[in-house]
Each structure stands twice: as structure tokens, then as C-alpha cells.
Design a protein around this ligand. Structure first.
Ligand SMILES: [Zn+2]
Ligand SMILES: [Zn+2]
Ligand SMILES: [Zn+2]
Length: 142
């Protein structure tokens, strides 16, 4: 989302295994970013086996026996990130769920307008999108 030459970035503090080995990083709330972050910074790549949710403060009943493949989806619910169709005012957990629902009931909402809905822990960063400052011209001392 561009905004006057700046990019707004919505991120969340990563709380995966925070009490033992916090990564101290911020991640975007969508499932793809979470999956990528877990793989790159926590060596967690899911898989079919059962695993535990290490998100700090997780109280899910499923936390100790989740399928590895569903962990990232589960973390998105911790983060609180959702997709909303602004046209019909309905929240979806994921963009594909929204698209699927609209494909099945196209008459309810003619023009799907997706917008991200951020969780309560969101941190909004403004990122300059312009190129790095040009090198200062070097003037020889007079
Ligand atoms: Zn992390
Ligand atoms: Zn959890
Ligand atoms: Zn809609």
C-alpha cells in the first residue's frame, strides 16, 4: 500500500519460543510470511508429523499435538490477522477462504474488495521507498 511515496508495513512481534530463544523479530501477519519466517529463523518447516505450538502464551487445547502443516495457519489466529471483504463486510481467516466463499455465492457480493484486518498487536512501520540517498558530491577543499 503506497502512501505518499512511503510504504506502510504492518508487522507483529514474533513470539515463537519467546521465553527460550526469542528471535526478536517482527513479521507480517499473513500465513505465507509466517511460514517463511518459521522456516528461515526457527528452522521449523512443518511436515505431517505432530508438533507443539511454541507461541508465547498459547492456550489452545491443540497446542501440543498439532499437525506441522497447520501451525502457520494457527499462528495467524494468534496474530489476529484476517482478510475482510469490504463490499459484504465479512471477515475471513485467509484470502483463499474469502475467494472460495465468493466463488460459491457470487450473487451475494458482486465486487469482492479485499482488505487486510490487523490484529491488536499490530505495529505500523513507515518505510521509505525511495532509493538510498545519492552519494554526496565531493567538493575538494578550497
Ligand atoms: Zn521468530
Ligand atoms: Zn498456539
Ligand atoms: Zn464480498
Amino acid at each position: 500500500m503506497r502512501n505518499g511515496g512511503r510504504l506502510l508495513l504492518h508487522v507483529y512481534e514474533c513470539q515463537w519460543d519467546k521465553s527460550h530463544s526469542p528471535c526478536g523479530m517482527h513479521i507480517e501477519g499473513d500465513q505465507a510470511s509466517v511460514t517463511d519466517h518459521l522456516a528461515r529463523f526457527h528452522g521449523f518447516t512443518g511436515g505431517e508429523g505432530e508438533t507443539a505450538c511454541l507461541w508465547d502464551g498459547c492456550t489452545s487445547k491443540k497446542r501440543s499435538a498439532m499437525k506441522g502443516t497447520s501451525v502457520a495457519r494457527h499462528l495467524v489466529t494468534h496474530i489476529g490477522y484476517k482478510i475482510k471483504c469490504m463490499a459484504c463486510n465479512v471477515d475471513y481467516a485467509r484470502e483463499d477462504a474469502c475467494r472460495r466463499s465468493h466463488a460459491n455465492a457470487r450473487s451475494d457480493c458482486q465486487r469482492m474488495q479485499l482488505a487486510p484486518v490487523h490484529g491488536t498487536g499490530v505495529i505500523t512501520l513507515r518505510v521509505q521507498t525511495c532509493e538510498p540517498p545519492a552519494k554526496k558530491r565531493h567538493f575538494a577543499d578550497a
